[in-house]
Design a protein around this ligand. Structure first.
Ligand code: MN
Ligand code: MN
Length: 298
């Protein structure tokens, strides 16, 4: 197994030098705003551990992640003692990756990190991200203006992101839970979202294609994967499990569809203390699928 100087495990097959790498991974072991099941601070390590179970050849994409290596894992980002520190560190790290023209892959941690990543996309010198569309796979709408007096809670992710890219450029997918307040605000502000029930009516390809057609169809896409979008039967180890969820194959199809336009990715909300290992394993596989899809379809 690959380890760095601090004996911290790194993601499997992330064997490229930084200079040669196209994809840069970094972990954010922070769960400071989680209220139901804490533990996502242990997810970066658990996901990296599970990543060693898989072949470097990714079936269906005709790619080997080691020939040549295209991923670099810079380990966990430092300075995570408070929510504000975490947000600053994530934004700074993402700026660095984008300035080097590499594709950021953020391993959470909780969903509160996503707005900091998006802030780096929208506040830098990169005009290619001007119309960024943010697709958020999540059981929850995360559209609260604040939660427990906290604006940057993991329950407010899509709301904060909408303030950065415009509500017309945010697309929650797999939704099956929101508060009355979120329902009112989403209607008032015209937030488009796709529920898991709508997806079950047809298929994720059809529903997602139809949905995406209502957005700018040339915009680059950032994909945020809150693992609780997947049904608890497949992904039991998450902070806030929600029944009536998508299947792992739905997520793979979604990744395949978005891959040609993807410019960044995060996977969040895995809670290893509540997992039997399979949720971390699934998260690791989805990172690998996303890399294979972007590398071969872009
Ligand atoms: Mn979320
Ligand atoms: Mn969620």
């Amino acid at each position: 197994m690959s380890t760095d100087n601090n004996d911290n495990i790194l993601f499997a097959d992330a064997e490229a030098n930084y200079e040669d790498a196209e994809f840069v991974l970094y972990g954010v072991p922070f769960d400071g705003t989680s209220t139901h099941r804490k533990g996502s601070e242990y997810a970066p390590r658990a996901i990296r551990q599970e990543s060693y179970n898989f072949e470097s050849h990714i079936l269906g994409y005709d790619i080997d992640l080691l020939t040549p290596p295209i991923m670099y894992d810079s380990g966990d980002i430092p300075e995570l003692k408070s929510l504000n520190q975490m947000l600053k560190s994530v934004e700074l790290s993402t700026h660095g990756v984008l300035d080097d023209n590499k594709f950021p892959i953020v391993i959470g941690g909780e969903h509160s990190l996503t707005p900091a990543v998006i802030k780096a996309f929208t506040s830098g010198k990169h005009t290619e991200f001007d119309n960024l569309l943010v697709v958020i796979l999540d059981a929850h709408m995360d559209f609260r203006s604040q939660y427990l007096n906290l604006e940057n809670s993991h329950a407010c992710t899509s709301r904060r992101v909408s303030e950065l890219v415009g509500v017309e450029n945010v697309y929650p997918v797999g939704t099956r839970s929101f508060s009355s307040e979120e329902k009112i605000d989403s209607e008032k502000m015209n937030l488009k979202y796709l529920t898991s029930f709508e997806i079950f009516e047809q298929s994720i390809e059809k529903e997602l294609m139809n949905g995406l057609a209502t957005f700018n169809n040339k915009a680059p896409i950032y994909l945020s994967l809150d693992m609780d979008v997947i049904d608890p039967a497949y992904a039991p180890g998450v902070g806030t499990p929600e029944p009536y969820g998508l299947t792992p194959l739905d997520i793979k199809k979604c990744i395949d569809l978005l891959a040609p336009r993807l410019v960044g990715f995060d996977v969040v909300e895995v809670s290893p203390p509540f997992d039997n290992g399979n949720t971390s394993s699934l998260a690791a596989m989805m990172i690998r699928t996303m890399v294979a899809a972007v590398k071969t379809k872009k």
